[in-house]
Design a protein around this ligand. Structure first.
Ligand code: PGA
Length: 251
């Protein structure tokens, strides 16, 4: 059975003081809760990465929300894969819709990042998801297929285990609206088929759902058989709520 995966995407939130309080609460809650067969990764903003790394607990690790696919050099504001790996940061989020839309990351930059990350020993949480108008036109599968093909078709299947695919319909992110259970199940099964069609070992790739997952809807969403976990945004900012989301699957 695939190991489950939960990511806390903190986005642009928290000072070091707030992060310290978070870790202190989360770590003490973990004294009473053991995750079974589950990877848990917290993705703090860049300024907290290495600070957070000092405060982790053995049951989870720290990942990066972004990096630049290149070595060291003249790239103002960026951080490289080497800088992450030197500090034992393994997971990176790539292709999040906020970076694609607001920061204009193109499909080709996203593909370059995935290839670079895999070639440089990182594990990738690759995000895909359609905007509302595409869903309303009934073209969501075509759209997702294009995102998967452009980023993952050149990845050597032997690295499949280092990829997590997060399906995050854009209209469900931060809006309080979640996709219907049937829409999630259908898309996850479509993604699984597409991963197989490009030669990846889909049995080794976790496919997780993201978009307004919270303590109230988690049990329902995570009980869908082909949902292997979740990428959680706003609800992950509350340690108790994030733990309750993880616990709803990790029983
Ligand atoms: P949300 O964010 O849970 O706040 O909708 C999810 C994400 O963007 O990864």
């Amino acid at each position: 059975m695939k190991k489950k995966f939960f990511g806390a995407n903190w986005k642009m939130n928290f000072s070091s003081h707030q992060a310290k309080n978070y870790f202190s609460t989360f770590n003490s809650l973990l004294q009473l809760n053991q995750f079974k067969n589950t990877d848990v990764v917290i993705f703090p903003p860049m300024q907290l990465l290495f600070f957070a790394q000092q405060l982790t607990h053995e049951q989870y690790c720290i990942g990066a929300q972004n990096f630049y696919p290149g070595q060291q050099g003249a790239l103002t504001g960026e951080i490289s894969s080497d800088m992450l790996s030197q500090d034992f940061i393994e997971y990176v989020i790539i292709g999040h819709s906020e970076r694609r839309l607001l920061l204009k990351e193109s499909d080709s930059l996203v593909a370059q990042k995935v290839q670079w990350a895999i070639a440089n020993q990182l594990s990738v949480v690759f995000c895909c998801g359609e905007p509302l108008e595409i869903r309303e036109q009934g073209k969501e599968k075509e759209f997702i297929k294009h995102q998967l093909m452009s980023a993952l078709s050149d990845i050597n299947p032997q690295f499949s285990h280092r990829i997590v695919v997060a399906y995050e319909p854009i209209w469900a992110i931060g809006t309080g609206k979640t996709a219907l259970l049937q829409q999630i199940q259908e898309m996850h099964s479509f993604i699984q088929t597409e991963l197989k069609s490009i030669g990846l070992n889909e049995q080794n790739i976790r496919i997780i759902y993201g978009g307004s997952v919270n303590a109230f809807n988690a049990t329902e969403i995570l009980s869908i058989p082909n949902v292997d976990g979740s990428l959680v945004g706003s609800a992950s900012l509350k340690p108790m709520e994030f733990l309750s989301i993880i616990s709803s699957l990790d029983k």
